[in-house]
Design a protein. Structure first.
Ligand SMILES: [Zn+2]
Length: 512
């Protein structure tokens, strides 16, 4: 079935979704939320994963974006020839700004980049004033969670828009569901507006850990279904882990995500995991053997934080560089988990929560309390936060590859907005703004082996771009001062982005 067949019709039903019955819907769409506080934290029952696949996936039935259209906003702006004139282009191969460039975009690609006189722009092109502005490639979210079973199509469309609105034009989905394969197809066909999707399989872990003798078949199944990556979670034993890695290598899929505790960070790197997400296993590797057995995955580490052998950090950092394993450290979220700010404090601090359904934010408030209670050991938790920062700095100083990602929409992690918080923290931890931008653009393109066609403002590159009002190399916060976003060759001026964000906020807060 093609995307267009899928998304036709039933526009009427969308209208009432948008205007009135948001609260009813929120209950209906809550299964699409990843389980709170780390998908990893509260494993679903074993049958959940299997059941998930057979549940209804209303993305088939509705036409995402119809509600936006009802507000007079184009759900998917048409691709046009664009000419961005006299703009400062931020290079991603080295820290450099090329001034006075004119950039032509056609059919989803950048076709010319040059000085004004060198570029021939067609007369019917849409001309965009770039003077005094800065053009950067769109960013990647390398650890995102896209809606799965039972997802409300409007919520799905909004999540995709929140990413694009924040200049995120690529999302690596890290908890797969078959409905996402159809969303990816619809975006590629121009039937939905959204970032380019790179889709991880359902996580191999938690309630969905394969037995050794079924692991290979699963990997082949995911490959055939069209997933781009095998997502690893907590659970597989070393033997099963090796089978997953070997089979994935045979079929040409990378394996990334978490490191199962039983496998450990060193062995996972030696086996060939391509990204290590969340940094948590680095901390577990600092726990001396005699304390290791008792700690629960992910959260238990705070209880033994006083025993961290931090002298091991440089060795782990060196091994990481040697093995060339990329890091997606998701720092901000983990500082929410192990930090001491309450959910109410976070809600007050984070303006962007108004774009997220109010009932879900209520769940986040409770989720923070539950997480803090599960972690216990406030002193140990604070040591975890400090040590994570030490590991981050050591990896950076050793020259490890970092890829931007946030784990949204986990606790207080509003898609797209969280990325800017993550970027600011990385600068605070010692990266230059250029290094942070590189980690969200060129480093990602290199990771996917496509540095000649994405992650840069270059001729032949994908037209995924962000036009900024100020130089992001001076201050990473300038990444939030947008003039507009180009996604897959479609221009969204900031005025339209704000109008649709307001519509999303209105619906999210309806009933408050
Ligand atoms: Zn995650």
């Amino acid at each position: 079935m093609t995307g267009s067949e899928m998304f036709r019709g039933r526009t009427g039903r969308i209208a009432w979704l948008w205007v009135g019955a948001v609260s009813v819907l929120l209950i209906a769409c809550s299964p699409s939320e990843p389980p709170p506080a780390g998908e990893e934290a509260a494993p679903p029952p074993a049958e959940y994963a299997r059941d998930e696949a057979t549940r209804t996936a209303p993305v088939d039935e509705e036409r995402p974006g119809a509600a936006a259209a009802a507000h007079g906003i184009d759900a998917v702006p048409a691709r046009r020839t664009l000419v961005i004139e006299g703009v400062n282009v931020v290079a991603t191969d080295e820290p450099r700004v090329d001034t006075g460039r004119t950039v032509v975009v056609r059919d989803g690609r950048i076709t010319q980049v040059g000085a004004a006189g060198e570029v021939d722009a067609p007369d019917d092109a849409l001309r965009i004033d770039g003077s005094g502005r800065y053009l950067v490639p769109g960013l990647a979210e390398m650890h995102g969670h896209l809606p799965g079973a039972g997802a409300d199509p409007e919520h799905t469309a909004n999540i995709l828009f929140l990413y694009v609105a924040n200049g995120i034009t690529l999302v690596r989905g890290m908890q797969g569901h078959e409905s996402q394969l159809r969303v990816r197809e619809a975006i590629e066909a121009g039937e939905m507006l959204g970032p380019r999707l790179v889709l991880g399989s359902p996580a191999q872990g938690w309630g969905n850990t394969p037995e050794a003798d079924e692991a290979a078949a699963r990997v082949r199944e995911y490959h055939e279904a069209g997933y781009d990556l095998v997502k690893i979670g907590e659970g597989p034993d070393p033997e099963t882990f090796d089978i997953i890695i070997e089979t994935a290598r045979e079929v040409g899929l990378p394996v990334g995500g978490h490191v199962p505790d039983e496998v450990g960070i060193e062995r996972s790197m030696e086996a060939g995991i391509v990204t290590i997400d969340h940094l948590d296993n680095y901390l577990e590797a600092l726990v001396p053997e005699e304390y290791r057995a008792d700690i629960a995955p992910l959260w238990g580490v705070a209880s033994v934080a006083e025993h961290f052998d931090t002298a091991r950090i440089p060795t782990l950092a060196e091994l990481t560089v040697e093995r060339d394993v990329a890091q997606v450290p998701t720092m901000v979220l983990w500082e929410i988990f192990f930090g001491d700010r309450s959910g109410e404090t976070l809600r007050a601090e984070m303006d962007e929560t108004r774009y997220w359904p109010a009932e879900m934010v209520d769940n986040w408030v409770e989720g923070v309390a539950a997480r803090h209670e599960a972690i216990g050991h406030p002193e140990g938790a604070s040591r975890v936060v400090d040590t994570r920062r030490d590991v981050f700095r050591a990896l950076h100083e050793a020259g490890a590859t970092f890829l931007l990602g946030t784990d949204s929409p986990q606790l207080f992690s509003v898609p797209g907005f969280m990325q800017h918080r993550e970027m600011a923290l990385w600068v605070e931890l010692g990266m230059t703004p250029w290094e942070v931008i590189h980690a969200g653009t060129r480093a990602v393109a290199e990771h996917f082996g496509e540095a000649d066609e994405s992650g840069a403002v270059c001729e032949g590159c994908r037209a995924d771009l962000v036009l900024l009002e100020a130089n992001p190399l001076d201050d990473i916060e300038h990444f939030t001062r947008r003039a507009g976003v180009v996604v897959d060759g479609r221009w969204l001026p900031e005025s339209e982005i704000q109008a649709r964000l307001e519509a999303i906020a209105g619906a999210a807060q309806a009933g408050r």
